[in-house]
Design a protein around this ligand. Structure first.
Ligand code: FVH
Length: 290
């Protein structure tokens, strides 16, 4: 396929992520139109061959495939609203972080303007875009996903999560929840070491021991071999260790809020008679929501 056979793409929003998406399309040979509220963020892309649209509506009208990646749902909703007619007949792929309901709101707006809609979640940081670790979640119009799978693959491996436009957002937020929970644990671990030996040692500890420990434990966190884990490392065995983390943190002057929260959850589950790990925790969290 030569460059002219590739689907023309518009990218709206050239923040850290939108710029990485636009660069990837350009490098892959897609004719590219870009728009950003602060136009100077498009300068290098234009120098490399992209077309600069004067308005968001011009950008939407320029390509059959339009990617939007702005800071938040309210900003996206308010930016798209006045340009509805320009999107008619286009496939709009909204990669802005959203809740499932927010994704459904934009999908309903798109449906009312003759716009085919895909919502998406980006599971990569800007430098990872177009690399082997990057993957993206999509939901909404299946035919549009199939038609543009090749173009979307430029950004990272595409996964279709279902025709409910909110599905990609749900899985995106679930994956981010896993990441933030782990990040909180890492921050707490570093603070404990920093309190004992200073920030430099904490950095070294983080990049050596903590990294290899977390890598080794990742399959356990993800629920691989959960039955064996429940048998060999049950929650009632783990609870005293968490009590010790709390005590040691407190003694070192580290805010124990993270460990205290984990301990209170764990205690409730153990008190309810469960000793295995994942299913009761999931049931417990689901119950609190329901
Ligand atoms: N960066 C990351 O690591 C993550 C990875 C996973 C996915 N997220 C989501 O991607 C969305 C965009 O994130 P970003 O990193 O590009 O964010 P910024 O660099 O802060 O750029 C924000 C863009 O939004 C534009 N913008 C802000 N307010 C308005 C407005 N009122 N009207 C029009 N555009 C607006 C901003 O324009 P400007 O400030 O350059 O003029 C940028 O284009 C986000 O949902 C992440 O959760 C990224």
């Amino acid at each position: 396929m030569n460059a002219t056979d590739k689907t023309p793409v518009t990218v709206i929003g050239l923040g850290a992520m939108g710029h990485a998406l636009a660069s990837a399309f350009l490098k892959a040979g897609h004719p590219l139109t870009v728009w950003n509220r602060s136009p100077e963020k498009a300068d290098d892309l234009v120098a490399a061959g992209a077309a600069r649209a004067g308005t968001l509506a011009e950008a939407a009208a320029a390509s059959p495939l339009v990617i939007v990646c702005l800071v938040s749902h309210p900003v996206t909703r308010d930016a798209l609203r006045p340009a509805g007619d320009a999107f008619a007949g286009r496939v709009l792929v909204n990669l802005t972080n959203s809740t499932p309901d927010q994704a459904r709101e934009i999908a309903a707006w798109a449906g009312g303007h003759g716009v085919t809609y895909l919502d998406g979640g980006i599971m990569a940081t800007p430098p990872l875009i177009a690399g082997p670790a990057s993957f993206l979640l999509y939901s909404g119009d299946r035919a549009a996903f199939d038609a543009h799978r090749d173009a979307l693959s430029v950004l990272g491996a595409p996964h279709f999560m279902g025709e409910d436009p909110g599905a990609a957002a749900l899985y995106d937020l679930a994956l981010l929840s896993g990441m933030y929970g782990m990040a909180a644990g890492v921050a707490h671990a570093r603070a404990m070491v920093a309190a004992h030996t200073g920030p430099e040692r904490a950095q070294e500890f983080s990049q050596t021991m903590l990294l290899s420990w977390i890598q080794a434990m990742l399959p356990v966190f993800a629920g691989v071999d959960a039955a064996k884990m429940a048998e060999e490392s049950p929650l009632d065995m783990q609870a005293p260790g968490l009590v010790n983390i709390l005590a040691a943190s407190d003694a070192a002057g580290v805010d124990p809020v993270f460990a205290a929260h984990l301990l209170s959850m764990m205690k409730e589950i153990v008190d309810a008679g469960f000793t295995d790990v994942l299913p009761p925790v999931i049931d417990d969290l689901t119950g609190r929501l329901g």
